[in-house]
Structure formats: structure tokens, C-alpha cells
Design a protein around this ligand. Structure first.
Ligand code: ZN
Length: 402
């Protein structure tokens, strides 16, 4: 077998295309593969799939997967055909898509790498500009988003996240069943629900949404009521505990100004007891029973968490009532106010529990988003940031290498 035939086989090039010439430049560490087609060939019109004669050709080059440590490029004269119905058209090529300087194999590799490491590192390793990596990613993410099926969605989750220092927020809409981000909207006002409804129109009837799971943020509640009036608003464990933790932290912050024992203990109060390290455990044992407001607030948090171990809704309701009573009699302003807020939303909390609305979803997505933000650190454009969120948390069907 000749080298050319071997490369042709490896590239999966089939007639009328063939490898005409190979050039390995050892000084430049570069391999160039020249493709050609059998003279007199006709090609399919990309619009109507009719075989048409060639009108003219244009020289093109594409970056391909490296051949060992040699950067590899494919070259070909790409035909434009003349179709009776559609005029002069550039043909579709089996190894690339239109308007890119890369082969499909190369682009699939880029997408796979971007799932594992920052875009800047990918660009660095393969020696292409970061913008090129972003363009490839955006293309496949947009395409996969367009092609995904969301028609079955009945339960959605909504969450706001800070994107920059200051008060810049985006709102994420999740598919709670598949645990994936399906839409990103700037801001966190109630109008984000209107925009989301417009976005999914044609794919999802807004009346089919049965549950919307969220934190207790007023703008979200009124947005959901206005634009998804048939849906029941529910509150998942992740968001309720997050709110409770914020209160515990506020209590600790105030108290630690006077009580130095509480210095550097912030994260211990926010973790679950079984997640503490050995060292933290020792410290916790010595401070959790002290007569401090923080320790008391912590016990309230642990007590609240036990709610989710109760299977029976009526018992859970009773438990929540008792918890609320203790909370409002705690003499700790932060705990009184969080107890009242949680009591006010009891129905939605119990509803989420009853319907098995999974709190792990919001938490899992939150962690993926954090990774996405680290990956796109310093990103100027919103488009790229959203692309990274969809890549990390959108569970899209993206191209693979074979
Ligand atoms: Zn045609």
C-alpha cells in the first residue's frame, strides 16, 4: 500500500475524492495532504440533491488532526456546481462544514477538549486562536440546542446567579427531569419568565408546565404566576437550605465580632456534620454546644434539614409547624425572620417533597456553572459565557470524534 492510499483510508476519503499528494516538511513539523477529484465528476446540489456539472473551483485549506507531532492540513480545489434550479452553489464536502478552516474531526476534538479544560488552554495546545475555539464551540452548541427535544418538559427549575462582582445577574431555566440548563436570560426580574415563554413557544406549550421550582425570590414568584399561571410554584430543599444557611451565616458574622471563638469557623456551620474534616469535627465538638446564638442557629438548620427525611406530608406539615414555632421563639432576629419566610412558603415546600422534585438537580447544576465560569474566566462576551454554560450544564448532543 502506498502512503497516499494509507492516508486516504485513514481520512475516510471516498471517490470521487482521492489523495493526490502528500508533503511532510520535517523542518516545519507540518504535513500537507492534497485532495483531488476524478476529472469529469458531477456533484450534488446542496439544495435539491441533483447531480450537477462543475461551474468553477476554489482553492481551500483546512486544519486536520495532527499526524503525530506534525500539524496537518488538507488542501482541495472545492467545486461550485451549476444547478438548473438553484444556480451556482458551493458543494457540501464530507470532511468539513461550510465557512470553517477546520475538518470535522478537528472540530470534534476541540469540542471534546473544551469539556475538560479552559478554552485558553485548548487554544494553546492546538496552536489556534482562542476566538477560533470559541467560534467552533458556539457553532456546535447552537446547533445542538436547536436540535434538542424539550417538548416533554413538565417541571422546570429557575435560579439566578451572579455573573460579575456587583449586581449583574443571569437567570437559568432548568429541565428538572433531565437535570440540564435549557435557557439563559439576562437579569432576574419577572420579565425573564415572559422571555423564557417566548423562547420555548412552538416547542413547549406553556400550559403543560406543572411545577416551577425556585428560591423564594418575589420577582420569580410573580413572573411564574403571570406567565405560567397553570404551574404550581414549589421550593426545593437546596434553595430552602441555602436561605437557612445565609441566616446562620449572618448570625455568626454579627456574633463573631464579640466572640473570638467563632473566628474562622464560617464554613463549618454551613456544612453538614458528615462532611466535616477530622480537624473540623474536633473544633465543632467544642463549639457546637456553647451557649452562642450561632450554635443555636446551627441547631435550627439541622432541625430544618430533618424535614426532608419525613415521607408523610401531614407529618411533615406538623413538623414544619413545630419548627416554625421554635424558630419564632428563638430570640434571634435572623432566625425569627427566616422561620417566618419558610412558614409562609410551607405549601410549596411540601408540594415539592410530595412530588419528588429533586433538590440535587439545582445543586448539581450550580456546581457545573461554577466550573463553567472558571473555564471562561475573564470572558468579555455574554455569548461565549452562555456557550460555556450550555456546554457544561446543557447535556447537549455534541459531535464525537468518530
Ligand atoms: Zn439544486
Amino acid at each position: 500500500m502506498e502512503d497516499k492510499d494509507l492516508i486516504q483510508l485513514a481520512l475516510g476519503i471516498i471517490p470521487p475524492w482521492f489523495v493526490k499528494e502528500l508533503n511532510l516538511d520535517t523542518s516545519k513539523k507540518r504535513m500537507d495532504i492534497y485532495l483531488d477529484f476524478i476529472k469529469g465528476s458531477k456533484f450534488l446540489c446542496p439544495v435539491c440533491n441533483e447531480l450537477c456539472p462543475i461551474h468553477d473551483t476554489k482553492e481551500r485549506v483546512w486544519r486536520h488532526l495532527d499526524f503525530f507531532h506534525y500539524e496537518t492540513y488538507l488542501h482541495a480545489k472545492v467545486p461550485r456546481i451549476k444547478c438548473n434550479g438553484h444556480g451556482v452553489k458551493l458543494i457540501d464536502l464530507p470532511w468539513t462544514r461550510q465557512n470553517t478552516g477546520f475538518t470535522l474531526f478537528f472540530e470534534a476534538l476541540i469540542v471534546a477538549m473544551c469539556k475538560e479544560m479552559p478554552v485558553a488552554s485548548v487554544a494553546d495546545i492546538v496552536h489556534i486562536h482562542e476566538d477560533s475555539v470559541w467560534r467552533i464551540l458556539s457553532h456546535y452548541v447552537d446547533k445542538a440546542k436547536e436540535e434538542r427535544d424539550i417538548s416533554y418538559i413538565k417541571t422546570i427549575g429557575v435560579d439566578e446567579i451572579a455573573v460579575k462582582k456587583g449586581h449583574n445577574y443571569v437567570t437559568l431555566f432548568y429541565d428538572m427531569e433531565e437535570a440540564r440548563v435549557i435557557h439563559i436570560e439576562n437579569g432576574k426580574g419577572k420579565d425573564v419568565f415572559q422571555k423564557f415563554r417566548t423562547e420555548i413557544a412552538g416547542k413547549v406549550d406553556h400550559e403543560q408546565i406543572q411545577y416551577i421550582s425556585m428560591d423564594m425570590y418575589p420577582a420569580f414568584k410573580s413572573g411564574a404566576r403571570e406567565y405560567f399561571p397553570k404551574a404550581t410554584i414549589v421550593f426545593d430543599k437546596f434553595h430552602v437550605i441555602k436561605m437557612m444557611n445565609d441566616s446562620v451565616d449572618r448570625v455568626r458574622r454579627t456574633e463573631s465580632k464579640e466572640n473570638h471563638v467563632l473566628k474562622n469557623t464560617r464554613f463549618m456551620w454551613l456544612k453538614n456534620p458528615d462532611r466535616l474534616s477530622e480537624k473540623e469535627n474536633v473544633i465543632m465538638e467544642s463549639i457546637k454546644n456553647l451557649d452562642t446564638k450561632t450554635a443555636k442557629a446551627y441547631q435550627f438548620r439541622l432541625a430544618l434539614q430533618r424535614l426532608w427525611t419525613i415521607k408523610e406530608t401531614s407529618i411533615a406539615r406538623e413538623y414544619l409547624d413545630k419548627w416554625h414555632y421554635w424558630g419564632t421563639h428563638s430570640n434571634i432576629p435572623e432566625i425569627i425572620s427566616v422561620s417566618k419566610a419558610i412558614k409562609k412558603h410551607a405549601q410549596g415546600i411540601l408540594e415539592a417533597m410530595k412530588n419528588g422534585i429533586n433538590n440535587g438537580v439545582a445543586e448539581g447544576i450550580n456546581n457545573k456553572i461554577k466550573t463553567a465560569f472558571k473555564r471562561s474566566y475573564g470572558l468579555k462576551t455574554e455569548k461565549y459565557r452562555n456557550t460555556m454554560i450550555y456546554l457544561m450544564a446543557g447535556k447537549l448532543t455534541l459531535p464525537t470524534r468518530c
